[in-house]
Design a protein around this ligand. Structure first.
Ligand SMILES: [Zn+2]
Length: 304
């Protein structure tokens, strides 16, 4: 039996199991990448951030170890964040989903999708933690994208630029690399431009350089049109999340005002809620937009 004969269910199961283990590695990357002096590959063995003790293999089993140990380190009994098993579950679920929707005979596309979704997961959680996106993901992605496009040109088969370079025919390797480079330029360029205009209008930094580099890397994989669509999606979801966050802060502030029987005016609470609630990282929404375009770019393109 060939790999390409695998049913969608079997492929999803295999991807899901590998995804759980990769999620365990992504946790390491999320923890170590933003920290000076810690490399993803060294020390090679995982350690407890609390007591610095090296972990046994039985403490490294995805999800299960956390459940068996009741969310605590075996050595120092310190709490281990529930986010570790959640990132493993999320990675297992996204990998299984990609295995389910990507036919086995399109395995090069499956490999690219698994790579991109894993990198986006790291960018998302580091950005939530530290309001920055590691260069290893963003700049690394900009280097890797044209190479991947050369190896898997079908990544850009729906791209207008690739079709234009290929004179309307099926895009070859050259056309795919051209689409990838154009995607990097447009993705990074459009956010740089928005940031420049925003800075002139508001008099403060409007766009983080991490977001610029991330959309550049994303454009390398989804092409220039895809980068623009991903940005529109990210802005829409980000705006909804921002409003939700402001509402959350406002309700929190008002409930405190009531509890302490103060007479703070509603306008002042709203101003504080706005100032706090707007502090949201943009990277996670860019990552979400990129993933949606990567999977459903063709139907989205015709819809737009
Ligand atoms: Zn410990």
């Amino acid at each position: 039996m060939n790999f390409t004969d695998l049913s969608a269910g079997a492929l999803a199961a295999i991807c899901g199991v590998f995804g759980l283990c990769v999620g365990s590695f992504l946790n390491v990357a999320i923890y170590r990448l933003p920290k000076e002096g810690l490399k993803v590959w060294s020390p090679a063995r995982s350690f407890c951030p609390g007591c610095r003790r090296q972990l046994e293999w039985s403490e490294n089993v995805p999800v299960l170890s956390w459940v068996v140990q009741g969310g605590r380190c075996r050595g120092c009994r310190g709490r281990i964040s529930v986010r570790y098993p959640l990132v493993e579950l999320l990675t297992g679920a996204t990998w299984a989903g990609l295995g389910w929707i990507t036919p086995a005979d399109e395995w090069p596309m499956l490999a690219v999708r698994l790579l991109v979704v894993s990198a986006l997961t790291v960018a998302t959680f580091v950005d939530f933690d530290c309001f920055e996106i590691p260069d290893e993901v963003s700049i690394g992605g900009m280097w890797v994208a044209p190479v991947v496009s050369l190896l898997v040109p079908e990544l850009h088969r729906d791209s207008l630029v690739a079709r234009w370079v290929a004179d309307g025919g099926e895009p070859g390797r050259g056309a795919a690399v051209a689409a990838s480079l154009a995607g990097i330029a447009v993705g990074a360029g459009v956010l740089l431009a928005i940031g420049w205009v925003g800075e002139r209008l508001m008099g403060k930094e409007a766009m983080g350089l991490g977001d610029v580099k991330l959309l550049g890397a994303a454009g390398g994989f989804i092409g220039p049109g895809g980068a623009l669509v991903a940005l529109v999606l990210a802005s829409m979801v980000g705006a909804v999340a921002g409003i939700g966050n402001i509402a959350r802060f406002y309700c929190l502030l008002r409930s405190r005002v009531h509890a302490r029987r103060r007479s703070t005016p509603r306008g002042k609470s709203l101003a504080i809620a706005k100032a706090c609630g707007q502090m949201l990282p943009f990277g996670p929404y860019l990552a979400l937009g990129t993933l949606v375009v990567l999977l459903y770019g063709k139907s989205l393109g015709s819809w737009f």
